[in-house]
Design a protein around this ligand. Structure first.
Ligand code: CP
Ligand code: NVA
Length: 337
C-alpha cells in the first residue's frame, strides 16, 4: 500500500462521503444543493481516473429489484458496482409487484441483514419510500412513477460538462409531465438553473413537485416556468429535452396520448426555435418518429449517448457516497492513477 499524502481531490471525496453516507436517494428532494455538487465533483473524478476507484467498494453488495424493464439503469449500476470491486444481485421483478408475496417491511428487514444497499425500479413511488422507511441500509430509486433521480442527475452532469455554469443555462422539456420531467424540475431547482416545461394541460407535472421545486428555487435563484406551448418553451434555450409520450405502466393510455402529443414532437421545426448552440436530449429509450424524429436524435447536436454515459459515472459516485463510508476511502487514498 502506498503512503502518498492525501490529495486535495481525496480530501474533497472524504468530506463529501461524510455528507451522504448511509442516506437514501428516493427523490431529488433527499439531496441538498451541496450533495448534488459533491456527486458531480466525484463523478467527474471517477470519469477522469476510473482506475483510482477500482477497489472503492470491495466487499460491498447491493441487490436490485426491477418491476419494469431496463437497459441503461440496470447495466450502469451493474458495471459501476463491478468497476469498484463490489457485487450486484439482480432480481427480475417484472412478473409481479415487489410486495405481492410478503410485506415490504419484512423484505426490508431481510435485505438489511444480507447486503449493503437496495436499488428499486417500481410502479408505485410509495414502494421505494416504504423500503427506505423500513430498511436501515441505503435505498436508491432507479425509477418510479413519480421520479427518476439518477437520470436527472446524469442529465445535469452532462449539461455541466457541456456548458460549465448551470446557473447560466436554460433547459426546455417538452412532452409528458412525467417522472423524468419531475426529477429534472427538482434538480434544476437545486442547482439554481433555469427550466421551461411545456406539456398539454392535462399532462402537466405533479402540482406537489412543482410547489416543492418553487420552494427550493426561492433559495437557489432557479427559474421555473410551466407552460403549454412547446414553441414558447424552446425559444432561445440551451438544451431541448423530451421523453416518451407513454411511460411504462401507462400503455393502456397510448392511443389517446398518441392523438394528443404530436404538437410536442421534438422535430426540426421545433428545435429551430432554440439557441443555435442548443443540444438535444432524451433519456432513452426513444420512440423514433413519435416524441422525437430521427433527424433530431441523430443530429450532431444530440447528446443522448453522452447522457447514457453519464449514467455510469454519476451512479458510481452515488453508490460510493451512499455505501462507501470510511472503509471505501482507504483504497482511494492509496490507489495509483
Ligand atoms: N433511461 C433509462 O432509465 O433507461 P432504461 O429504462 O433502459 O434503464
Ligand atoms: N418516462 C419513462 C422513462 C424511461 C426511462 C418511463 O417511465 O417509462
Amino acid at each position: 500500500m502506498s503512503s502518498q499524502p492525501i490529495s486535495t481531490t481525496q480530501a474533497a471525496h472524504s468530506q463529501a462521503a461524510a455528507g451522504l453516507s448511509c442516506r437514501d436517494l428516493v427523490s431529488i428532494r433527499d439531496l441538498r444543493p451541496q450533495d448534488i455538487e459533491d456527486i458531480f465533483h466525484l463523478a467527474g473524478l471517477m470519469k477522469a481516473r476510473p482506475s483510482r476507484f477500482r477497489a472503492a467498494l470491495a466487499g460491498k453488495q447491493i441487490v436490485m429489484f426491477f418491476e419494469k424493464p431496463s437497459l441503461r439503469t440496470r447495466l450502469t449500476f451493474e458495471a459501476g458496482m463491478a468497476s469498484m470491486g463490489g457485487w450486484t444481485s439482480f432480481v427480475d421483478q417484472t412478473h409481479g409487484r415487489l410486495d405481492g408475496r410478503e410485506k415490504l417491511s419484512d423484505i426490508a428487514h431481510n435485505l438489511e441483514r444480507w447486503v449493503d444497499g437496495i436499488i428499486l425500479r417500481t410502479f408505485a413511488h410509495r414502494t421505494v419510500e416504504g423500503m427506505a422507511e423500513h430498511a436501515c441500509i441505503p435505498v436508491i430509486n432507479a425509477l418510479s412513477e413519480l421520479e427518476h433521480p439518477c437520470q436527472a442527475l446524469a442529465d445535469y452532469f452532462t449539461l455541466r460538462e457541456r456548458f460549465g455554469d448551470l446557473k447560466k443555462i436554460c433547459l426546455a422539456y417538452v412532452g409528458d409531465g412525467n417522472n423524468v420531467a419531475h426529477s429534472l424540475l427538482l434538480t434544476c431547482a437545486s442547482v439554481g438553473s433555469k427550466i421551461r416545461i411545456a406539456t398539454p394541460p392535462q399532462y402537466a407535472p405533479d402540482a406537489h413537485i412543482v410547489a416543492d421545486a418553487r420552494d427550493i428555487a426561492a433559495h437557489t435563484g432557479a427559474t421555473i416556468e410551466i407552460v403549454t406551448d412547446p414553441r414558447e418553451a424552446v425559444f432561445g434555450v440551451d438544451a431541448v429535452y423530451t421523453d416518451a409520450w407513454t411511460s411504462m405502466g401507462h400503455e393502456h393510455e397510448s392511443e389517446e396520448r398518441d392523438r394528443i402529443f404530436p404538437p410536442y414532437q421534438m422535430n426540426r421545426e421545433l428545435v429551430a426555435g432554440a439557441a443555435p448552440h442548443a443540444v438535444f436530449m432524451h433519456c432513452l429509450p426513444a420512440h423514433r418518429g413519435m416524441e422525437i424524429t430521427d433527424e433530431v436524435i441523430d443530429s450532431e447536436r444530440s447528446v443522448v449517448f453522452d447522457q447514457a454515459e453519464s449514467r455510469l459515472h454519476v451512479q458510481k459516485a452515488i453508490l460510493l457516497l451512499l455505501l462507501g463510508g470510511e472503509a471505501s476511502r482507504l483504497p482511494v487514498r492509496s490507489a495509483h492513477a
